[in-house]
Design a binder for this molecule. Structure first.
Ligand code: NAP
Length: 262
């Protein structure tokens, strides 16, 4: 079996970084249509135009949405279904890092912002995707009704080392793994397959500044492979988790971190 995806994908955070690379991996490996979803309109439109130019046979639409806003998420899902007739694969990738601050100095507003996007945002998207997929016919075999993949972090399964004071981010990413396990069990018999990926450090805009300033060098030293992931190393793992190749994976939190948490 080849690592191929079919039908329509809905990808949040696809204006940039891992989400954008996932859209490209999907386009190279069989997807027929894609809804790109992001809050950042200039990035979103640029990515849509790049994809349309690179892959003229694939239908690509862009929907600006805030994953932390219930109505915005529901509108994005509804518009995707109106355009393409359904959603076969949902990738919940939108996220923010939040300023590093230890708990004793963190304000409630700083905490809440990261929780709203990285935790509640994933739940809102997952709920809207599940509601939609439950209305769709199963494709049968190893494909089922639909696939949902949540982008957590290696800090969704472990605590960050010393210099990373990110309690909000760590809590939210652990919650994403918990939500993945809960709903994977709840909806598996109805043909919806849900997993999470837990990347280590990835060379994307979210950490570009720290990489360029050299402040991450010590952390890369601590990583067995000695470097951050190239974004395609994560998007290709997402491709696998979204394809029927991974049909027996249910509620997994797949760590792709160059050995950092080993
Ligand atoms: P990125 O390049 O910054 O991409 C994230 C995208 O999500 C951006 O376009 C961002 O827009 C958008 N976004 C932010 N808040 C949003 C919201 N409320 N609604 C909709 N879209 C929103 O970051 P990335 O590195 O690809 O990260 C993608 C995911 O991977 C995140 O969940 C992140 O936590 C996770 N992750 C990243 C790493 C890493 O080292 N890069 C490691 C582990 C996990 P703006 O540009 O306007 O913010």
């Amino acid at each position: 079996m080849a690592c191929q995806v079919k039908g329509t994908a809905f990808i949040t955070g696809s204006g940039s970084g891992i989400g954008k690379a996932t859209a490209i991996s999907f386009a190279q490996n069989g997807i027929e249509s894609m809804a790109l979803v992001d809050l950042n309109l200039p990035l979103l439109e640029r990515t849509r135009d790049e994809l349309r130019a690179l892959f003229p046979k694939i239908k690509v639409e862009a929907f600006q949405a805030n994953v932390a806003d219930e109505t915005s998420v529901e509108n994005a899902v509804r518009e995707t279904v109106e355009h393409f007739g359904g959603i076969d694969i949902g990738i919940n990738c939108a996220g923010i890092s939040g300023a590093p601050t230890p708990t004793d100095r963190m304000t409630l507003a700083e905490w809440q912002k990261v929780i709203d996007v990285n935790q509640t945002g994933v739940w809102l998207c997952q709920r809207a995707l599940i509601r939609q997929m439950l209305q769709q016919e199963s494709r049968g075999g190893r494909e089922g009704r639909g696939v949902i993949l949540n982008v957590s972090s290696m800090f969704g399964v472990s605590g960050p080392p010393g210099p990373f004071d990110i309690p909000h981010y760590t809590a939210a990413k652990h919650a994403v793994v918990g939500l993945t396990k809960m709903d994977a069990k709840a909806y598996s018999r109805q043909g919806i397959r849900i997993n999470a990926i837990c990347p280590g450090f990835v060379d994307t805009p979210i950490i570009k500044q720290q990489i360029e300033s050299g402040s991450m060098n010590a952390v890369f030293e601590m990583t067995p492979v000695g470097r951050p992931a190239q974004v395609e190393e994560i998007s290709d793992a997402i491709l696998f988790l979204s394809s029927p190749m991974s049909s027996y994976m249910c509620g997994a939190a797949m760590v792709v971190d160059g050995g950092f948490t080993v």
